[in-house]
Design a protein around this ligand. Structure first.
Ligand code: DUC
Ligand code: ZN
Ligand code: ZN
Length: 486
């Protein structure tokens, strides 16, 4: 009788804190033992010469989501989670996205209906709040937070999604009162809209002008403003998909002032530049996302932010719209003005191999890699220690990496439903060769499991990292309605 269902032997096991050689014994989907010379497993994997890492958590991806302008993502929960598994990711946290007029509760139910029968790895949901009515703020959000949806994204831009500052304050207040974490897409809407209109009037409509309209100043201003609003309410906030030196500076200043301000960045800000939007014909649309890729100098600042710990989270912001498809980037034709092109790039599978180039280059060490790839997201979003680490009692979500394997990224190896990857032709060193979800192999040697529906929903706890600091900038507490000293 074997001692374990699975034993992974002799790998170099890395967590966000440690690096050691050990066997991992898995029983009933969880890590049951870590040690040397463990007893027999029903299945054994020889991981000598390999890195054994927690499965990745991609905490910002759009799956089976309708954009504000009515374009459906190419990936559903089957192809999205299959692609995640191919890239060493074992948990995704996509969005249950409210469009105006919708009940959040109904939105969540609809996303569950999509995900349940299809997901091959585990998933949680953030909420997108675009319509913070009294009912949403007063009843739906608190009830959903209690049910395990403990983080939500809000926008300062996009006509169909943006909240004004007063609404941002309302949502931040609920987050503080209920212990949730607010994620913010921070770009100044009026700057972008004003510049876009001027560009359109001048006939400057090609994809490259998307990057001109989404100027770094717009990102800096909104980042600063959102941090100020969060400070007023005394609640932590996480700025998502940070692309520029200016926004990084705002986050760094806030962190240095002791505020709980968290930052997320994504592969497109390390590997793409605005020049990629200036490719022949309509090709530049493939790299259009918001905020847009910047230049080489900003890429370096983003790497510095990862090295120095300004960023806690590295997500794909997978927002997959096919290129050669009337339901994708070309919905409004192959010559559409930039304002009409769906924003987003895919990245679920490529995210971690791209980040691992930072380990190979000595920019981050393997512990930082694990923290950015999985552990910090698990902690911030209330999934730790079930997810995000390798420890006795944690789910056996594990990616076995060959740190020496060189791979040139090609669309065909990513297992999503896309017809392109913006990372085509980039050669990386280090690749996840086996991915295990709760002890089951879901990807191995470039093949992915067909096991639709095996993924489970993960209710999220309230994160200690979302707690207020208890520092007020006014003597009046706008959340409790109390004046200090009374
Ligand atoms: N924001 C996102 O978070 N994803 C894709 C596009 C966008 O603007
Ligand atoms: Zn966004
Ligand atoms: Zn996004």
């Amino acid at each position: 009788m074997p001692d374990f269902d699975l034993v992974i032997r002799n790998g170099r096991v890395a967590t966000a804190a440690d690096l050691f050689t050990a066997d991992i014994g898995v029983k009933d989907g969880v890590v049951a033992a870590l040690g040397r010379a463990l007893g027999k497993g029903q299945r054994e994997i020889d991981a000598a010469g390999r890195l054994v890492l927690p499965g990745g958590i991609d905490s910002h991806c759009h799956v089976e989501q309708l954009s504000g302008s009515g374009v459906m993502t190419a990936d559903d929960f089957y192809t999205g989670t299959r692609s995640a598994a191919a890239g060493g990711t074992t948990t995704i946290i996509p969005f249950a996205a409210q469009h105006r007029g919708m009940s959040l509760r109904k939105v969540v139910a609809d996303y569950h209906e999509c995900a349940g029968p299809k997901a091959v790895v585990d998933y949680a949901f953030h909420l997108i709040v675009s319509d913070p009515t009294d009912a949403v703020v007063g009843q739906e959000l608190p009830a959903l937070i209690a049910d395990g949806y403990t983080s939500f994204k809000i926008y300062t831009t996009y006509d169909m999604l943006k909240l004004n500052d007063r609404q941002v304050l309302d949502v931040l207040s609920v987050a503080r009162r209920e212990g949730a974490l607010t994620m913010v897409h921070a770009e100044n809407h009026d700057i972008i809209a004003w510049l876009s209109d001027k560009l359109m009037d001048a006939g400057l409509t090609q994809p490259k002008f998307h990057a001109v309209a989404h100027v770094r100043t717009a990102e800096r201003e909104a980042t600063h403003r959102v941090i100020s609003l969060a400070e007023l309410v005394d609640v932590p906030v996480l700025i998502v998909h940070v692309s520029s030196a200016e926004a990084i500076e705002q986050i760094r200043i806030a962190q240095n002032r002791g505020l709980r301000v968290y930052g997320e960045t994504c592969p497109q800000y390390l590997f793409l530049t605005e020049d990629d939007l200036d490719k022949a014909g309509f090709e530049g649309a493939k790299c259009m996302c918001s905020p847009p890729p910047r230049d080489k100098a900003n890429q370096e600042k983003v790497w510095d932010g990862l090295t120095q710990g300004v960023f806690q989270v590295f997500s794909s912001d997978h927002a997959p719209y096919r290129f050669n498809d009337p339901e994708g980037k070309m919905k409004h034709g192959s010559n559409a003005p930039f304002k009409k092109v769906a924003n987003g790039v895919p990245g679920l599978a490529a995210r971690l191999p791209l980040l691992f180039t930072g380990v190979a280059a000595g920019r981050i060490d393997v512990n930082q890699f694990v923290a950015l790839a999985a552990t910090n997201a698990a902690k911030l979003y209330g999934l730790y220690p079930q997810k995000g680490t390798i420890a006795v009692g944690s789910d056996a979500d594990i990616a076995i990496w060959d740190p020496e394997k060189e791979v040139t990224i090609r669309q065909g190896m990513l297992h999503d439903a896309m017809d392109y990857t913006p990372y085509e032709g980039i050669t990386v060193k280090g690749w996840p060769v086996v991915t295990l979800s709760r002890g089951e192999v879901v990807a191995e040697g470039g093949k992915v499991t067909e096991a639709r529906g095996r993924g489970r929903f993960l209710p999220c706890a309230r994160s200690p990292l979302a707690r207020p600091l208890g520092r007020r900038v006014t003597s009046f507490d706008p959340v409790s309605g109390r004046l200090a000293g009374l």
